[in-house]
Design a protein around this ligand. Structure first.
Ligand SMILES: *Cc1c(COP(=O)(O)O)cnc(C)c1O
Length: 224
């Protein structure tokens, strides 16, 4: 655990320094632990520290195995419709809403349970064919369609950066998502989360407007 706290101290110092130099309010940045393959015990200890506010799981099976009410969870990985029933009402955000068929199932389950499920819309900022997520230009139309699902509350965007591109291209992608996010936010007061940035690119993402970074290896160390 000591190592994780050391890592967190460094991450926090890096973010504070960036915020100071760019005039960003540090308190608006949320840190979430990308907790795939990490033990519940580790997550509980990290929660006690207080700086990491939620844990993002990729796989529903792993989420089910680890689930503990005392922690705050998000689903950040691709979600299959037949697994929706295991997460609705239990996770703070479904951060990977990227298609109407998934929205239909979330609506069905949430409405049955009488809950409202907050979701982030997943955007593929690099527009890569192989990845999940909508393209930036599709988001507004998708949001319009979501208004037909009253138990889904869209609260923001999750974007995954393209892999292996240089800093300039990365900033272009993040900025494009961020501009789209700001535009929607003006019209929609519930829209407040811009989740961009992981171990390799969290500082660049925050510089471009992200207010939620999902940290895996840089926080927990290399994957076991
Ligand atoms: C694993 C994962 C992360 C964290 O990745 P690192 O590079 O280890 O920080 C963030 N977001 C998603 C969707 C992930 O699957």
């Amino acid at each position: 655990m000591g190592n994780i706290i050391d890592n967190l101290n460094k991450i926090e110092a890096n973010i504070k320094q960036l915020c100071q130099s760019k005039g960003i309010d540090f308190d608006t940045i949320e840190l979430i632990g990308a907790s795939k393959f990490r033990s519940l015990d580790t997550l509980k200890q990290l929660k006690a520290d207080g700086r990491v506010v939620a844990f993002g799981e990729n796989k529903v099976q792993e989420f089910k195995d680890k689930y503990d009410e005392s922690l705050t969870w998000d689903i950040i990985g691709q979600l299959q419709s037949n697994k929706v029933k295991y997460v609705v009402g239990k996770v703070r955000y479904i951060s990977s809403l990227d298609r109407i068929s998934l929205a239909e199932e979330i609506e069905r389950v949430a409405s049955n349970r009488g809950v409202y499920q907050k979701c982030l819309i997943e955007v593929n900022s690099g527009e890569e064919e192989c990845k999940g997520g909508l393209s930036v230009s599709e988001v507004e139309e998708f949001l319009d369609k979501l208004s037909a699902y009253p138990h889904i509350v869209p609260v923001g965007i999750m974007a995954v950066a393209p892999q292996g591109v240089g800093e300039v291209e990365l900033k272009k992608c993040f900025t494009k998502v961020s501009e789209m996010f700001q535009k929607i936010k003006v019209k929609n007061p519930e829209f407040k989360v811009l989740s961009m940035g992981m171990s390799e690119d969290y500082l660049t993402a925050i510089e471009c407007g992200s207010n939620q970074v999902r940290l895996g290896r840089i926080l927990f160390g290399d994957r076991p």
